[in-house]
Design a protein around this ligand. Structure first.
Ligand code: NI
Ligand code: MN
Length: 234
């Protein structure tokens, strides 16, 4: 996997911190302080320029409001989710919907489908949060990363491959609330990436899928298990 100057850090579950070659800090799914997999040192957010939110579940946007309060990042998400975050204090939002692309900072993001639900828990209410999505991110150095959000495998991953051809894909595979290794292996056959970064596993005992189980099913593809807080690339 050649990141060509991008620094990539997994904070556990589906949360990634990405530093671009130009020095922007992006969080995908900002569940940080409340994330049991996140190392203590990384719970102190130093900088946040952009938040990419895949859907409204607490294990994805659980600390978005907190990060917004201290760093005022640009928040990207599906329309309804962005409006909800604006109501909670986000000053800079850039809503979009599936199939749309936009340039934010020095990255181009395309919102793609995810097969998942998207209620937002707000106090004791569940609010309509639009739909769950994934993102294809194209960096200024040409690297393309697909973060699938929470999802089952779906046939239109073949379209993602044909239209965008991301070389790195971040796939949930912990089972129960997303696909498990069997479905993730099928997704890899559709997406044909160079590298797979597994996510959404091991956070809780019920998320039983493992990167090892996935690697066995796709021997020809690099399944790169990251360690929370350990930065690769740069
Ligand atoms: Ni979810
Ligand atoms: Mn989740």
């Amino acid at each position: 996997m050649n990141l060509k100057g991008i620094k990539l850090t997994w904070l556990g579950h589906s949360t990634f911190r990405i530093e671009t070659p130009a020095g922007k800090t992006i969080f995908i799914d900002p569940w940080i302080m409340g994330n049991p997999m996140c190392p203590e040192a990384d719970k102190k957010v130093k900088k946040a320029d952009i938040l990419l939110c895949t859907h409204g579940h607490g294990d994805h946007i659980g600390d978005a409001v907190e990060v917004v309060k201290h760093h005022n990042p640009l928040v990207v998400g599906i329309y309804e989710l962005c409006l909800w975050l604006a109501k909670k204090g986000a000053k800079k939002i850039s809503p979009m919907n599936k199939g749309g692309s936009q340039t934010v900072g020095d990255i181009k993001v395309t919102m793609v489908h995810a097969d998942h639900s998207c209620g937002i828990q707000d106090g004791d209410e569940i609010i309509y949060g639009g739909e769950a999505c994934g993102y294809v991110i194209e960096f200024e150095n040409g690297v393309k990363i697909y973060h699938a959000g929470d999802t089952n495998v779906f046939g239109d991953m073949a379209i993602i491959r044909e239209l965008y051809a991301p070389e790195i894909v971040m796939l949930p595979m912990g089972d129960l609330f997303t696909m498990g290794p069997r479905e993730a292996a099928y997704a890899i056959n559709l997406l044909k990436p160079e590298t797979v970064i597994p996510m959404h596993f091991g956070t809780f005992p019920v998320l039983t899928g493992t990167p090892g189980a996935l690697q066995k099913l796709v021997p020809g593809v690099e399944v790169r298990e990251m360690k929370p807080g350990v930065t690769i690339g740069g």
